[in-house]
Design a protein. Structure first.
Length: 446
């Protein structure tokens, strides 16, 4: 990465300095009305919007394609759905919220008594104003989700039930974008794209990934960056099945999900637990000065279940704010554009950028003057730094870099061990390098 490009990935830049949060939030709001599922036109419509500003390749994988132990399912598309009472009034209307229909519901158009219909209705008694989000991907069934207030208002009688949907052979659709860098080694950024009108779980990750991709295009990069926008679980399984050789090039990766709520940042480590990405994100969160959590890997959640399956064991972690299932709005109509905030979205993006900055700049150096300390004052760099800031932190960073630059330790190692920020360590290394006190060790891959 060039110096100019590095400035663009400014380390832990103050959020929203350029209206980034507003742009991220506006994108969430634009994508919000689309009825997405694991297949179908909602995914295509979402990718079409992403393709306005990104050269994403759209892949269509036919129904029935075997992908490891799974099979690409039939494609689901929905046009309309409702429950009408005896007077013909729509008491539940898909057009009011796409969450009203259980995703992947089989088509139906029948009239039935409430007693029969009730088995297909789902509500949240503890949150009577919210619509739950439910799916029936892998079992043929149908259902409606409604607020508990709507449910309790239904009177005995006959209801006309219509789900005007198709479930038939078609395709699974996903989007992919490779931004080439100097190395063929890749960083994977993965966002799922299968949730309907839900913001934190789904759209926050899509928006942040898209904005990140736009920033990286045209930069001079060390790594190549692969962005994937695909349905959770079946999408990553499909991608991995078709890209086993490519997966070997993925050296680091992040899943972006639940990244826009006002809670503090949470990082879930890869299965490896001590991969460079795990350590990089932990240092970024530490350096941010804000509250955060780092959690161990758990084979539950999003696509880490596939990327970190033992046959791949990729170094892919998940950057979130409040994790899935730990906020009451999760998988309900309350996960709406009001729940995600511009500041939180911008903050999550800046932390992803900081982690990538760290990966781009993590190096191993050799101290060219290893026998006792070099005389920094004679070179004018000891005093120069202490003039800038009187707390001695910059001098300490130089001393740490000189001491640990034995060809074994990386700048990330030094940032961890010194408890100084990665930015301070990297700046110190740059200064020492400029004074010929360090030489980069390039014969060893990090
Ligand atoms: Zn979800």
């Amino acid at each position: 990465m060039t110096a100019a490009a590095a400035e663009d990935l400014d380390y832990l830049r103050a959020p929203d300095s350029q209206g980034t949060g507003a742009a991220l939030h506006a994108f969430v709001t634009e994508l919000y009305p689309i009825c997405r599922s694991i297949t179908g036109d909602g995914v295509r419509a979402t990718l079409d919007i992403l393709r306005r500003s990104l050269p994403i390749t759209v892949h269509e994988v036919p129904t029935g394609t075997p992908v490891f132990d799974w099979t690409v399912p039939q494609e689901w598309n929905i046009r309309d759905a409702y429950i009408k009472d005896g007077e013909g009034r729509r008491v539940v209307d898909f057009k009011a919220s796409n969450l009203h229909v259980v995703s992947y519901s089989t088509p139906i158009h029948e009239t039935m008594p409430l007693g029969v219909l009730r088995d297909h209705l789902f509500s949240l008694p503890e949150k009577p104003e919210w619509i739950p989000y439910r799916t029936a991907y892998y079992k043929k069934d149908w259902g409606f989700c409604l607020t508990h207030n709507q449910l309790t208002a239904l009177k005995d009688g006959m209801y006309e039930v219509c789900i005007d949907a198709t479930l038939e052979d078609g395709h699974l659709t996903y989007g992919e974008l490779l931004i080439p860098g100097a190395s063929a080694n890749e960083v994977l950024i993965s966002a799922h794209i299968c949730h309907p009108s839900l913001c934190n779980d789904n759209l926050s990750g899509i928006s942040i990934a898209a904005h990140l991709a736009k920033k990286l295009i045209g930069m001079s990069l060390r790594y190549s960056y692969r962005f994937v926008f695909m349905p959770a679980t079946i999408g990553s399984i499909t991608w991995l099945a078709a890209n086993e050789a490519t997966a070997e090039r993925i050296k680091h990766g992040l899943i972006l999900a639940c990244a826009g709520d006002p809670g503090s940042s949470t990082y879930k480590k890869s299965r490896r637990g001590n991969a460079e990405i795990d350590r990089a994100v932990a240092v970024v969160l530490r350096d941010s000065g804000a509250a955060y959590e780092v959690n161990d890997f758990l084979p539950y959640g999003y696509d880490e279940r596939q990327y970190c399956s033992p046959g791949f064991n990729l170094a892919v972690g998940s950057l979130m704010r409040t994790p899935n299932g730990r906020f009451p709005e999760y998988h309900t109509s309350a996960d709406n554009p009001d729940f995600v905030t511009p500041d939180a979205l911008a903050d999550s993006l800046s932390k992803v950028e900081a982690a990538l900055f760290l990966l781009e700049h993590n190096r191993r150096y050799v101290n060219r003057n290893p026998k006792c300390e070099p005389q920094l004052g004679r070179r004018g760099i000891y005093r120069a730094l202490s003039d800038q800031k009187g707390d001695g932190r910059h001098e300490l960073a130089m001393l740490w870099v000189l001491n640990l630059s034995d060809g074994e330790h990386t700048l990330l190692d030094i940032a961890e061990r010194s408890a100084l920020s990665f930015a301070a360590i990297r700046n110190a290394a740059a200064l020492l390098l400029a004074h010929d006190l360090l030489i980069e060790r390039t014969d060893r891959i990090l």
